[in-house]
Design a protein around this ligand. Structure first.
Ligand SMILES: [Zn+2]
Length: 102
């Protein structure tokens, strides 16, 4: 059983269900987190809901001198706009692979 495939599948499900990929990353695994359509923040990698902080979500953008991080950011942007489920999975996979290189 491959948990990575599962998290990508879940990510695609959330997106197709009207959720969105956020700029924020999971405090535990540092992977991008999602907001489900019920406004619950969710980390598909940890497979857990995240508590939204009272203050507005951290907008801190780390200085992106890392080309891999920059690529992840731009892929995330494309993933955000993508409608094709197959492409969404491809982007999600790419992002996960890049994240592992950080
Ligand atoms: Zn996580």
């Amino acid at each position: 059983m491959n948990s990575k495939d599962k998290s990508v599948e879940m990510a695609a499900e959330i997106l197709l269900d009207g959720g969105k990929l956020l700029r924020d990353s999971c405090p535990i695994c540092r992977m991008p987190i999602f907001e489900r359509k019920d406004h619950v923040l969710y980390c598909t990698t940890c497979n857990r809901e995240l508590v939204r902080e009272n203050k507005e979500p951290s907008q801190e953008v780390e200085p992106s001198s890392n080309p891999i991080q920059e690529k992840i950011n731009s892929l995330s942007e494309q993933l955000r706009k993508e409608q094709d489920p197959q492409k969404i999975i491809e982007y999600a996979n790419l992002i996960k692979t890049l994240q592992e290189l950080l």
